[in-house]
Design a protein around this ligand. Structure first.
Ligand code: PLP
Length: 350
C-alpha cells in the first residue's frame, strides 16, 4: 500500500494550495510525530516550539508581541476567529460580514457557531466596500477581509475593511491563509501594521512549506484568545483555547523548521519565482486567445472552455475550476517553469 503513488509527488499538481514541504520541515515533522502540543505540561519541547512559531508568524505579519497558536489549518483558524468575535460581543443574534469570495470555511464556522453569514459582492475580484457597509449593523460581530483569495488570489482593501469593522464595534479578521507567505514581498496593505486588524489566519502548511497540518491563528491581543479558553481539569495545564484537544506536534515543529530555513530570503525568492511563473503562464494563455484574470499573487485564472480541464486530468494534470468555470492554476512552490511549459504544450495539443 505504501508504494502506491499519489499525485502528491506533485509533478503535475496545479490545483492545490498545499506543496512539497521544505526538507528541514519534513525532518522536523518526523522527529515530533509522537508529540502533542495540546498537552503542554507533558510535551514541553514542542510547546516551546509553538511559542517560536507564533513569534515568527508575528514577525511575518507585522505583529509585535503576537498571541496565537498553530491550528490544524485555515478552516480551524477562521472558525476560531469567528468564535472569538461571537463570544466577545453582546448580542443574541450575531452576524458576520464577509466578501462573497471568502473561503467556504466561513460557511462552516457560521453553521457550527450559530452565526449568520452575510456576504458582500465583489467588483473586479475585491469586495465592494459600499455593499459591505450596507450589510453591517448593530449585531455584526466580525467583518472579514481576504488577503489572497482562494479562487483568484486577490487582496481585499484591508485598511478600509478594518475601519468598517471598528465603526460598528466589531472585530476585523483577515484571512491570509494562502497569501500570507507571499504578501510580505508585495506592496499590499494587508497586515497588523498596515491596519487595525484584530485576528488573522496565515497557514504555514500552504505557501509556508511546512508539513500538513500547520495552520496559524494570530490575535493582536492575548485577551482576545481568552474568549476561547475552556478549563482542562485532567491536564497539567489548567485551560485550553484550541478547538482540537490532541494536536499535531509534527505540524508545529515543521512550521518552525520551515520558517527558520526560509524567512525572509527563501520566501522572497519563492515569491519572485512563483510570480514570474504566474505572469509567464498568463502571457502564454493570452497569446492563445484566452481571457486571463491578471494575476495579483501567483494564481492564474483563465477562461478556458471546459471540458478542457477533464481532458487535462486524463493526462495527469490536476487543475481546478473557479465557481464561474474558469481554469485555475495555483503557482505553489513546487510549480516550476518546466512544469508549466509541458502543461502549455499539452494545452496546445488539445
Ligand atoms: N482560507 C483560504 C483563503 C484558503 O485558500 C483555504 C484553503 O485553501 C482555507 C482558508 C482553508 O484552509 P485549510 O484547508 O487548511 O483548512
Amino acid at each position: 500500500m505504501l508504494q502506491r503513488a499519489e499525485p502528491q509527488d506533485f509533478d503535475r499538481v496545479l490545483s492545490s494550495m498545499c506543496t512539497v514541504p521544505h526538507p528541514a520541515a519534513r525532518e522536523a515533522a518526523e522527529r515530533f510525530l509522537a508529540t502533542n502540543p495540546g498537552d503542554p505540561g507533558t510535551y514541553e519541547t514542542v510547546s516551546e516550539l509553538e511559542v517560536e512559531a507564533v513569534e515568527s508568524l508575528g514577525e511575518i505579519t507585522g505583529l509585535d508581541d503576537p498571541a496565537g497558536y498553530v491550528a490544524s489549518g485555515g478552516t480551524e483558524a477562521n472558525l476560531q476567529a469567528i468564535r472569538i468575535a461571537r463570544n466577545r460581543a453582546d448580542t443574541d443574534d450575531p452576524n458576520v460580514v464577509a466578501p462573497v469570495h471568502a473561503h467556504f470555511s466561513f460557511t462552516k464556522a457560521a453553521d457550527v457557531l450559530g452565526v449568520e453569514l452575510r456576504t458582500a459582492p465583489a467588483e473586479d475580484y475585491r469586495v465592494n466596500l459600499e455593499a459591505m457597509a450596507e450589510l453591517i449593523d448593530d449585531d455584526t460581530v466580525c467583518v472579514v477581509g481576504v488577503a489572497g483569495s482562494t479562487e483568484y488570489g486577490y487582496v481585499d482593501p484591508i485598511p478600509a475593511i478594518a475601519e468598517l469593522a471598528h465603526g460598528a464595534d466589531a472585530l476585523c479578521h483577515v484571512d491570509a491563509a494562502w497569501g500570507g507567505f507571499y504578501l510580505p514581498f508585495t506592496d499590499h496593505a494587508w497586515h497588523f501594521d498596515h491596519a487595525d486588524v484584530d485576528t488573522m489566519t496565515i497557514d504555514p502548511h500552504k505557501v509556508g512549506q511546512a508539513a500538513v497540518p500547520a495552520g496559524g491563528l494570530l490575535a493582536r491581543d492575548e485577551t482576545l484568545l481568552d474568549e476561547l479558553a475552556v478549563e482542562t481539569p485532567y491536564l497539567e495545564s489548567t485551560s485550553q483555547l484550541t478547538l482540537t484537544g490532541t494536536r499535531s506536534g509534527a505540524g508545529v515543529a515543521s512550521a518552525v523548521a520551515a520558517m527558520e530555513a526560509l524567512w525572509p530570503a527563501g520566501y522572497r525568492e519563492q515569491y519572485e519565482r512563483s510570480m514570474d511563473n504566474a505572469r509567464w503562464l498568463a502571457d502564454q494563455l493570452r497569446a492563445r486567445g484566452h481571457d486571463v484574470v491578471p494575476p495579483e499573487l501567483p494564481l492564474v485564472a483563465a477562461d478556458l472552455s471546459v471540458p478542457m480541464t477533464d481532458e487535462l486530468r486524463d493526462c495527469g494534470w490536476r487543475v481546478s475550476k473557479t465557481g464561474a468555470g474558469e481554469m485555475r492554476v495555483v503557482c505553489m512552490p513546487h510549480v516550476t517553469r518546466s512544469m508549466l511549459r509541458s502543461f502549455v504544450a499539452d494545452l496546445d495539443w488539445y
